[in-house]
Structure formats: structure tokens, C-alpha cells
Write a protein of this length. Structure first.
Length: 257
């Protein structure tokens, strides 16, 4: 009997999740969303956010996390890379939310979709990014798995904003959300979450934005050195050398992991 137990617990037995590292979680800044997600955003993993149309509040969901990263600049350095956004982010609005715009790099929307995918992967793999936000139209299961592995390796937050039609595709993402406007609130449907069941909730993003703007006003604006007014937006066109300097810049500033 004891010999049988020893065989079942011996060093040569593969134990499912024994070799898997614990997934990092970062609070979203919204209590209801944290509860729905089991603590917050899964960091170092692919998160897909699906929308019927861009501009329905999907980016606002990420503002508290980016603000927290901005406040922890020395402990958690790195760029915030926006890949192929449908519009250029508005610096004053980001500053009011507490985001350090001096750390933002905007990669312009390319003509070919595969270039968006390539730029996203390079930004994650560079080791110089704290978070990568990419507006990605199409990607197959193999390409998403490659992004997942890169995010895990670098411990980088990776958020993919995708059209609603892409929900029909298979995905290895740790989290899949659908975001839409419902009356005066933002509806968030948790379509897939590791270890959790699908559910829906509503968030008042407008009230949150107003509250954070008032808080920032009471604290005073960011110091000029962190505001990055002279360097934002940092922009790069997408070509095969466009992001080569990101890793180099990260190594020079000590931001590369």
C-alpha cells in the first residue's frame, strides 16, 4: 500500500498545474468589476475587450490601472504602448485621470492588419512595456497564443480591443469582456474568465471620471517632468524597424526586464 502511495507522489509524477506560476492580478479601480473578475485584471496574460463600436467606454476601464502604474513609476517602470488606436489619445484627459503621459508611446494604425499584430508582439516582447493596449481587428488562435506566451514571459499587461464579431473566434485569452452602452451606464459582460462563470454588471464610468478629475484637481497637476507635455504623443509609424528603439530606450532607462 505504502509503495503504491509513494509511486503516486514520487518526483517523476507530473502534477497538472504544479509547474504553473501564479497569475498576477491588478485591481481595476472598480469594486464591482474586481469582484466579478476575482480580484482584478489578470496581468501577464491576454485580455480581450469586445465592442460594437469603439468609444463606448472601453478605454475608461483601463484608466485606474494605468494611473496606479503611473504612481508606481520607480517600482513598476515601463512604457504604456497604444498600438493602432482609432484616434490619438487626448493628453489633458489622461493627465486628469492620473496617467503619466510621458510614458505613453502611440504606434500609428498601419495599412495592413498583420502589421498591427506584429507591432503588438514587439511591444510586449521588448521588455520595456508595463502595459500594451492594442486595437486588433483580426487574429487567429495561434497568433493569440503567441501573444499570450509573450505576455506571460514579460509579465506585461496586454489588453486587446476587438470588434464584437471576433467573439465567435476561439481564443486562449485569460479574460474576455464585452462592453456596451446601456441607458446611462456602461454594461460589462464577463464572457470568459479562468475559474469563474459568465456574468454581467453595470458601471457608471462618467461619475468615476468626474470623481478622479476632482481628486486630481485637489492634489494639483502632475509635475512638469512627469506630465510629458513636450514628448507626448510619442509616435512611431509601423514598419519592420519602428519599435526597435523601444527596447533600447527601456534598457537605457533601466526599464527593460
Amino acid at each position: 500500500m505504502s509503495a503504491g502511495l509513494e509511486a503516486l507522489t514520487g518526483p517523476h509524477l507530473w502534477r497538472g498545474r504544479a509547474g504553473c506560476s501564479a497569475q498576477s492580478v491588478r485591481v481595476t479601480g472598480f469594486d464591482a468589476l474586481d469582484r466579478a473578475l476575482g480580484g482584478g485584471w489578470p496581468w501577464g496574460a491576454v485580455v480581450e475587450i469586445f465592442v460594437e463600436r469603439y468609444g463606448c467606454g472601453e478605454l475608461s476601464l483601463l484608466m485606474p490601472a494605468l494611473a496606479a502604474l503611473s504612481a508606481a513609476d520607480e517600482a513598476e517602470p515601463g512604457f504604456f504602448v497604444f498600438v493602432a488606436p482609432p484616434w490619438i489619445p487626448y493628453p489633458p484627459a489622461l493627465i486628469r485621470r492620473g496617467v503619466d503621459v510621458g510614458r505613453i508611446l502611440v504606434v500609428e494604425r498601419p495599412a495592413a492588419e498583420d502589421e498591427t499584430l506584429w507591432a503588438t508582439e514587439q511591444a510586449v516582447r521588448s521588455g520595456a512595456s508595463a502595459a500594451v493596449l492594442a486595437w486588433l481587428g483580426s487574429a487567429n488562435d495561434t497568433e493569440l497564443r503567441r501573444l499570450q506566451l509573450s505576455a506571460e514571459e514579460r509579465g506585461c499587461g496586454l489588453m486587446l480591443f476587438r470588434p464584437e464579431r471576433a467573439l465567435r473566434q476561439r481564443s486562449p485569452a485569460a479574460l474576455r469582456l464585452k462592453v456596451s452602452v446601456e441607458r446611462n451606464a456602461t454594461r460589462v459582460d464577463v464572457v470568459k474568465r479562468r475559474g469563474g462563470a459568465p456574468q454581467s454588471l453595470r458601471l457608471d464610468l462618467f461619475s468615476y471620471a468626474s470623481q478622479t478629475a476632482r481628486s486630481a484637481s485637489r492634489r494639483g497637476s502632475m509635475p512638469a517632468g512627469r506630465c510629458g507635455a513636450s514628448s507626448f504623443p510619442q509616435r512611431a509609424a509601423v514598419d519592420r524597424s519602428a519599435l526597435a528603439w523601444v527596447g533600447a530606450a527601456g534598457r537605457r532607462s533601466g526599464r527593460c526586464t
